[in-house]
Design a protein around this ligand. Structure first.
Ligand SMILES: Cc1cc2nc3c(=O)[nH]c(=O)nc-3n(C[C@H](O)[C@H](O)[C@H](O)COP(=O)(O)OP(=O)(O)OC[C@H]3O[C@@H](n4cnc5c(N)ncnc54)[C@H](O)[C@@H]3O)c2cc1C
Length: 392
């Protein structure tokens, strides 16, 4: 079996793996991506790109590609109470260091664009990989796998795991994990609203007992997300379209849909992995490292942020670098992660807990906070900066 050599091998070519490969495009480093999937990523995931992340994507040379693929702009987040009365709109900050709007494009298209752009710059992307084995050699890693029915192998100086929440690499390398499972799964429906705003907004309804988010999708579609009790899952999967309309009309007064269909159920988790303490050059990124509750549109955006930080840490390396050269850079990356990411994860967890209810009692505390924001521009501006990804 022949074995190719790469500077960096990334296991998992989802958003995080694709983002890192795109971020490394101009580095001159050789990159191999390996993934077990052979189809597209699950679409019902992160698809809104924060204003603060767009200059980063522009630097990687993918922002224009996202726009060409049909990415659309949305303005702020509108909050409504259970009666459908508008509480406040959190705007998008208008500043030089970030875009003037969120951008949205379906999740699997974002992943395809990141990967396509990295491949064009020379990254090797192999999908449909199975039975892979990982071995430490002196100063490098060796990976063996099966693809298209034949055994293959490669060596790399640095290994990156970006294989998602249930990371196999993380468990094989015995990396510790701190995990919180939220009580209520999130149901996702897809539909088309009768009169969506133009430009689009993200709308959140504080129904009496749960928070319901209406999230714009391209082409005038809407993704609806809300927590459900495990006992209600069968209802959402089997109910007629008419009763889905009725239920949403109760929760989001004044909103009506032309069409509505069940999409999927997701059990949200938040988790943070420890940093790797073993031998060799290794980094864990994406949901494998920092899975987040879908609240606040942060998971995918955090993948971009961390990929950019890792690429920046490696920016002084030339192709053919040694393990001894990369190890101190990885220590710096880990120190920055601990300092900058830990507060973001904590903030997201707090938002996840706030949303993790189907007995919200009208969300009195949250409504009070939103009403204060409506009356005080300093509070509103602070919320806008956080939503845009400019502050924690
Ligand atoms: C319902 C839902 C809504 C969300 N909404 C938002 C949002 O609005 N905004 C936002 O920013 N984020 C959101 N997120 C989070 C965001 O989607 C994730 O943070 C992001 O997709 C994680 O990317 P990843 O590359 O780490 O993982 P993944 O996208 O899961 O990719 C992991 C890749 O690794 C591969 N893989 C897995 N195991 C192996 C293995 N053993 N060998 C080889 N390959 C393997 C998989 O095939 C996959 O391609 C949401 C998530 C969910 C579930």
């Amino acid at each position: 079996m022949t074995s190719d050599n790469f500077d960096i091998a990334i296991i998992g070519s989802g958003i995080a793996g694709g983002a890192l490969a795109a971020a490394l495009k101009a580095s001159g480093l050789t990159v191999l991506l390996l993934d077990r999937r052979s189809g597209p990523l699950d679409t019902a995931r992160g698809d809104h790109i924060q204003p603060a992340m767009q200059p980063v994507l522009s630097r990687w040379g993918v922002l224009d590609l996202l726009l060409e693929a049909g990415a659309e702009a949305r303005t702020g987040t509108r909050w409504f109470d259970a009666e459908g009365a508008h509480i406040v709109t959190v705007p998008v900050p208008q500043r030089d260091d970030c875009a003037g709007a969120f951008l949205f494009l379906n999740h699997e298209k974002i992943a395809d664009i990141l990967l396509g752009s990295a491949q064009e710059a020379g990254a090797v992307n192999i999908t449909g990989v199975s039975d892979w084995l990982l071995e430490r050699l002196a100063g490098s890693w060796r990976i063996e796998w099966q693809a298209e029915g034949r055994p293959r192998a490669a060596t790399c100086t640095m290994l990156v795991a970006a294989d998602g929440t249930a990371s196999t690499v993380r468990s094989r390398l015995n990396i510790g994990l701190d995990r919180h499972r939220y009580q209520y799964p999130i149901a996702v429906l897809y539909g088309r609203q009768q009169s969506a705003t133009e430009p689009r907004t993200l709308d959140v309804y504080l129904a009496h007992e749960r928070m319901v988010s209406l999230i714009p999708r391209t082409g005038g579609e809407t993704k609806v997300g809300f927590p459900v009790s495990p006992e209600d899952i069968a209802f959402w999967k089997t109910e007629s379209e008419e009763s889905l309309h009725r239920r949403l009309a109760e929760w989001c007064p004044g909103v009506s849909f032309e069409s509505l269909a069940f999409g999927a159920i997701y059990p949200p988790v938040s988790q943070q992995s420890a940093s790797y303490q073993g031998e060799g050059a290794f980094a864990l990124i994406g949901d494998a490292r920092h899975a987040m509750h879908p609240a606040r549109s942060m998971g995918m955006n955090t993948c971009f942020r961390v990929a950019d930080q890792l690429a920046e840490s490696l920016s002084g390396l030339k192709s053919g670098f040694s393990e001894a050269q990369v190890l101190p850079l990885l220590s710096e990356f880990e120190a920055r992660f601990a300092q900058e990411l830990t507060p973001r994860l904590a903030e997201n967890h707090a938002a996840g807990l706030q949303m993790d209810t189907i007995a919200g009692s009208g969300f009195i505390a949250l409504k009070t906070q939103l009403r204060s924001a409506a009356e005080d521009t300093r509070i509103l501006n602070a919320m806008a900066l956080k939503a845009a990804g400019l502050t924690v």
